[in-house]
Design a protein around this ligand. Structure first.
Ligand code: PLP
Length: 406
């Protein structure tokens, strides 16, 4: 028996380990310090009452003869699939509920979906990127083609005609940059994928954060996407399901390659490899799509949006370049004073006790950028914005001694 030697191609990720080490060392040296954790990608608002009530009722149902449920349908409970399809209808996207698959979260699906494709193909990843894309594809034995984004294209790169893409991961609004593709930009990617016969895996985990007109919430708002795209979405950030777990995946009926229908293949895959998402979680998820649930999650999203507004105001005030924040819970700023992202991390921790995420952790082109998340509490966010403004102003005036690079 040979192991999967593709695992040898994985690089160690030191990002969160290094952050944890540096933070622990600081805390040990400064036991009373109140650290402002602006790096987290996890939510701080709890599940909304409608979801909690649905979970409670579902648990009670499971304890009674008359209402007990055994295995759920592998692809999802039909009423829930219909509710999700109706949710898409609000953005003008018409789906058949049988194109919607319940999942245990986007991370699971982003890797599992690779079962649909022959191994050893070219996977295009726009960097900086959510690290799971690269690792899942390396484990599967695919070749990674990185397309570097930068300030010049607002961290929203477009395809060149010679890009040898088989699979293309697009994440919009993006983690870590917070940048979001416009309709016209997504149309270019969709047309490119259709011309090449490539498949787009569209990660819509942050669709609920979109505020601006003209930014699609779904790839299926784009004409032509039904023949080249799969969409993967999650309730993690939308409704606080990071620890509860629920997501959904959309595969259109028209999506075929070499005469094989990808939706049919996914049904075969799910019915083989899963016994469905738990009854409790599907009931909890269904509550999110009720009018009450939608109203309640919007209250939570408003908190994160207000956090974003406060952080953006600090960066605007100090003339700092950034993207994101408007349609995403992430703000991606250029590090000040020519610092690279780890030196800025150290400085920020030392001078302000703010913890953010160095951009380099998401790909080499993030070396001079830094990610703030807006998932912290309003109190900590307001304090972080004040301390950050002060530090950036002092740096501008040359009042902060900078350690030389290592
Ligand atoms: N996709 C992106 C871009 C993310 O940032 C995350 C989580 O941070 C996920 C997917 C994972 O979502 P889930 O919690 O549903 O696995």
């Amino acid at each position: 028996m040979k192991p999967n030697t593709n695992y040898r191609n994985l690089k160690e990720s030191y990002l969160f380990y290094n952050i944890a080490q540096k933070t622990a060392a600081y805390q040990l040296a400064h036991p009373g310090a109140h650290l402002l954790r602006m790096g987290i990608g996890d939510v701080s608002r709890p599940l909304c009452p409608a979801v909690v009530e649905a979970l409670r009722r579902a648990a009670e149902d499971q304890g009674r003869d008359e209402t007990f449920h055994g295995y759920m349908p592998e692809c999802g409970d039909p009423p829930l699939r219909e509710a999700i399809a109706a949710h898409y209808q609000r953005s003008g996207v018409k789906l058949d509920s049988e194109e919607v698959f319940a999942s245990s979260g986007a991370s699971d699906e982003l890797g599992d979906i690779l079962d649909l494709f022959q191994r050893g193909q070219n996977t295009v990843i726009l960097e900086p990127a959510y690290p799971a894309y690269v690792d899942a594809n390396l484990m599967a034995g695919n070749r990674i083609i990185s397309v570097a984004a930068g300030q010049e294209n607002g961290f929203l790169p477009m395809p060149s005609e010679d890009l040898e893409a088989d699979l293309i991961y697009l994440c919009s609004p993006n983690n870590p940059t917070g940048a979001a593709f416009s309709r016209d930009q997504l149309k270019v990617w969709v047309d490119f994928a259709n011309r090449r016969g490539a498949v787009i895996l569209f990660d819509a985990a942050y669709e609920a954060f979109i505020q601006e007109e003209g930014i699609p919430r779904s790839i299926f708002e784009i004409e032509g996407a039904r023949t080249c795209a799969i969409e993967i979405c999650s309730l993690s950030k939308t409704a606080g399901f990071t620890g509860t777990r629920f997501g959904y995946t959309v595969i259109p009926k028209e999506l075929e390659r070499e005469g094989m229908n990808l939706r049919q293949m996914w049904i075969r895959n799910r019915t083989t490899k899963t016994n469905g998402v738990s009854f409790l979680l599907q009931r909890g998820a269904a509550a999110v799509f009720t009018p009450e649930g939608q109203r309640q999650i919007r209250d939570n999203l408003r908190v994160y949006r207000e956090n974003a507004r406060i952080l953006m105001a600090a960066l605007d005030k100090t003339g700092t370049w950034y993207t994101g924040g408007k349609n995403a819970p992430y703000i991606w700023m250029r590090c000040p004073a020519g610092l690279d992202s780890w030196r800025f991390f150290d400085l920020l921790l030392e001078e302000t006790q703010i913890i953010g995420t160095p951009g380099e952790g998401f790909g080499a082109c993030g070396k001079n950028y830094f990610r703030f998340s807006t998932f912290s509490t309003p109190e900590d966010t307001a304090e972080a914005a004040n301390r950050l403004t002060r530090l950036l102003e002092q740096l501008e005036r040359g009042q902060v001694p900078l350690a030389p690079p290592d």
